[in-house]
Structures are given as C-alpha cells and as structure tokens.
Design a protein around this ligand. Sequence first.
Ligand code: ADP
Length: 179
Amino acid sequence: MEIAILQADITTLPVDAIVNAANSSLLGGGGVDGAIHRAAGPKLLEACREIRRTTLPEGLPVSQAVSTPGFNLPAKWVIHTVGPNRHAGQTDPYLLESAFHNSLQEAVQLGARTIAFPAISGGVYGWDLEEVARIGVETVDRFESSLPEACPGCLETVTFALFSDKAERCFREALDRLN
Ligand code: ADP
C-alpha cells in the first residue's frame, strides 16, 4: 500500500473515497465539511439526514465512521467521521487514532482501493497538526500491517490531502520519521 502526501482540495480528488472531518450532527459545518457538502451538492445533506432518521438519531459518536455516496464529487463515496474536539476536552490520542482507523475499515468494507484523508481535528477542533500527522500516518501504517498479505480488493493508496503548507510539511515529516 502506498501512502501519498498532497497539497490539495480534497473535494477535487478522483479517488474511490474521501474522508470528511464531520461533526456529530452530520448536518454540515465549516472547514472541510462545508467544502465537501458544497461540492457534492444537496443530495449529500439528504443522505446524511436519512442516516440520522434511520440509524443514528443521536448523531455520529466521536471516532466512528459512516459512508454515503459522493454524489457530484469525483469520489464515489464520502466516509464521514468525527474527530475529537480538543476545545471540548477530547484530548485522548486514541480518539483520533480510532477516527482514522474506523474510516480505513469502512473503506475496506466499501471495497475502496483509493482513499483520501484531510487533517482530521487539525482545524476548528484544535489539535496540533504535528500530532494529527503523526497519528494519521502511524495509524495507516499499523492498519496496513494488520491486513493479510494477499488482499484482493484491499486499499492500494492512502492519500493525505492537506490544505496548507504547514499541514503538508507536518505530514511529510511524520512520514519520513516512519520510514
Ligand atoms: P476539524 O473540525 O476536524 O478540525 P476542519 O474542517 O476545521 O475540521 O479542519 C480540518 C483540516 O482540513 C484543516 O487542516 C483545514 O485546513 C483542512 N481543510 C479545510 N478545507 C479543506 C479542503 N477543501 N480540502 C482539504 N483540507 C481542507
């Protein structure tokens, strides 16, 4: 499996699945969540409302992941996860690790071969980008080690799509430290 670092708007990437750093309501927000809803079109909000009505009336808990189609996005699916909010006292790194891990697991269940992540919790939710990068990269690496060697249909490429120079630098450094 390849890990790629890109400075990019995640909504433009022609991958099988993009991950949304959503909030528990699933009803949209600012940052990458707002950008994904704008690019996917109103059907995405309808799909999220349907999930709330049927399976998640109280919203998506922190670290869990659910998927919808990508609608007008180049990506086939959107995997919505909720990162921990440091401003709400959610400072346990395991919560962020689980958000990455559960998104990867959802991708495998969907049969996605390519997936792109933003810097989950690295914006409004207030985590240091260095820490997001370390946890993101290490979680993907551990996930890869846990997959069977011959894994037809498994993930081939995990891309981190970073919005700023700083975020990109943090992820490159984290990946260098891993190798
Ligand atoms: P959170 O609430 O989980 O912190 P944010 O959306 O506030 O989520 O920020 C997460 C990261 O996503 C930030 O580093 C932000 O700069 C970045 N971001 C915002 N818009 C986009 C986009 N269109 N593509 C990729 N990353 C984005």
